[in-house]
Write a protein that binds this ligand. Sequence first.
Ligand code: GLV
Ligand code: MN
Ligand code: MN
Length: 403
Amino acid sequence: MELAEFREPDQPGFTRRTFSEPYQRSRAWVKELMEAAGLQVRTDPTGNLIGELQGEAPELSQIAVGSHTDTVAGGGRFDGMVGVIGAIEVARLIRQGGQRLRHPLLVADFLGEEPNRFGLSCLGSRAVAGQLSQGHLLRPDESGETLISALLERGSRPADLSEGLWQPERLHCYLELHIEQGSRLQRAGIALGVVTAIAGIHRAVITVSGRPDHAGTTAMNERRDALAGAAEVVLLVERLAREQGEGGSGVGTVGRLEVSPGASNVVPGEARAWAEFRSIEPAWVQDRHLALEAVVAELAARRDLGVSIDWVSAEPPVACSEGVRQAIQEALEGLGQPSLELPSGASHDAAHVAHLCPMGMIFIPSRDGRSHCPEEWTEPEEVALGVAALLATVLRLDRRDTV
Ligand code: GLV
Ligand code: MN
Ligand code: MN
């Protein structure tokens, strides 16, 4: 709740977007919390906050635990925050109990997990996994500013990204506690979820170019209306996403639309749509990707519009590792807690760290499945149980030599 007080005053809900001033200030607060928990804190070249607790055997590989503290516009108070504050609390409890882990513990507050104005998500976790490319850094926002210049302005050191890479041989495993952001746990009446896999996401910016004209004098059959074309794109994404077998997990969304010049008396000359498809079935997402290109080409020809698709990212689904899942299950049994296995339709930093080491996630309930909105809520007791599960899992994995 204290972290939620850092918010953008001109935005709805609990908004703290990546390059905003409140986000910048909030991370000084997170850093202090990490220090108070006894962690040695550094900010890496990307802008990830990393706290470290030494282990008994410094030569052993690290157990990493983390999440993010940025939000979507109009977001809530739990998505990501629970994982970061929960990980700090795990470190604090370990120290307070006078315990010492065998392995070093890393607590990460990854920079910018939510998609930003450059269209890219998971900046910090991509970077530690070596997946923040030159192409990503050069992505422009609407005003033409590039991601690299926004990073520089906020104190990151993009030229030194290689110094911040995490080494697979130095990592024992990665764990993330997160709210479910859906309603399966609540419906099952179960407080803890063991994640099986994280959905893959293909994201695109679709630019539709027509011709701006006088809205009073240009006859309907003479128009090349970019927004009317983009409106069809919205419905095509919806139609393609509905094409799946019974029980399919695929979804498709256009979450943002921009129209230019944007006046009621001008036929829109250009429109941009931000679209995504997600599923835990890789073939389905790949099929949607190709199908969208085909239907959009047909639409462009039929309406005499220019349409280009810029695929911003195309992440395959990621399975959680067997070893970490088993450790979570055993930890929950040890706590006398029933659990539910479930996939994640939301994306997470964990999907990127999974390229480096065994990865697992623990979910706690989201009231009525609401998330990415101000109503996002998880009961304090459920958060506490999630943190207890995270701690028990860390302790279990710490005893193992391999995961
Ligand atoms: C992250 O919140 C996502 O978009 O799944
Ligand atoms: Mn989110
Ligand atoms: Mn999140």
